[in-house]
Design a protein around this ligand. Structure first.
Ligand code: GSH
Length: 207
């Protein structure tokens, strides 16, 4: 059994979509940020960074329990554990790595900055919002160009790269005034990915 510790944000959605896709049973524990649940000693024992999502797999390698944090590490782990959503070799595997890391290292952090200066800080800081939204759009443009040539980010098949990117292109990009309208290939891909049962189940949970 897996225990998932999460919040209904883009990062939480990535972990939940991955768990739904690979069809492993899991319990959900929502971290209460308002009461600093992410800084509580019992949660820091699972994720010493004090961030959600995190999980415990009580049936990890060699039957031992393992704790995991960092959304991308969670996706890689579940892909390896189940043999799903990560091509075993070839160009598609390289592409899946590349685009999944792009979300974790570039697109996700750009939207995290945008969220901080547009939603969390009062009053919002337009200069900083523009800085982060300009960065996010640069990365969305790269995705758009890629998706002009391929159905999914890694190529012909749906992979962890799509799981990582979908919440950014929907939940996070929804905070931009024009959304993703200018990225027509991303719009087409959002439609395709958004029709998956696992994705619909997760995205129905209010964020
Ligand atoms: N790089 C981390 C980022 C996780 C993250 O920023 N989580 C937010 C919630 S969406 C959080 O826990 N923030 C609390 C904090 O930074 O103190 C990941 O990919 O899991």
């Amino acid at each position: 059994m897996i225990d998932l510790y999460t919040v209904p944000t883009a990062n939480g959605q990535r972990a939940s979509i991955m768990l739904e896709e690979v069809e492993l049973p899991y319990n959900v524990h929502v971290i209460d940020f308002a009461s600093a649940g992410h800084q509580a000693p019992d949660f820091l024992a699972i994720n010493p960074l004090g961030m959600a999502p995190a999980l415990i797999d009580h049936d990890g390698p060699d039957g031992q329990a393992v704790n995991l944090f960092e959304t991308l590490a969670i996706c890689y782990y579940l892909a390896e554990k189940t043999g799903q959503l990560m091509p075993q070799g070839g160009v598609a595997r390289v592409e899946a790595h590349k685009w999944a890391v792009m979300v974790a290292a570039d697109l996700g952090p750009a939207f995290a900055g945008q969220y901080y200066f547009k939603v969390q800080v009062q009053p919002p800081q337009p200069y900083s919002v523009e800085l982060y939204e300009t960065r996010a759009k640069r990365f969305l443009k790269a995705m758009d160009d890629r998706l002009a040539d391929t159905e999914f980010l890694a190529g012909d098949t749906y992979t962890i790269a799509d799981v990582m990117a979908y919440p950014s292109a929907t939940s996070s990009a929804g905070r931009m005034d024009e959304g993703i309208a200018e990225f027509s290939n991303v719009v087409r891909w959002v439609d395709t990915v958004g029709n998956r049962t696992a994705v619909q189940k997760v995205m129905a949970v209010p964020a």
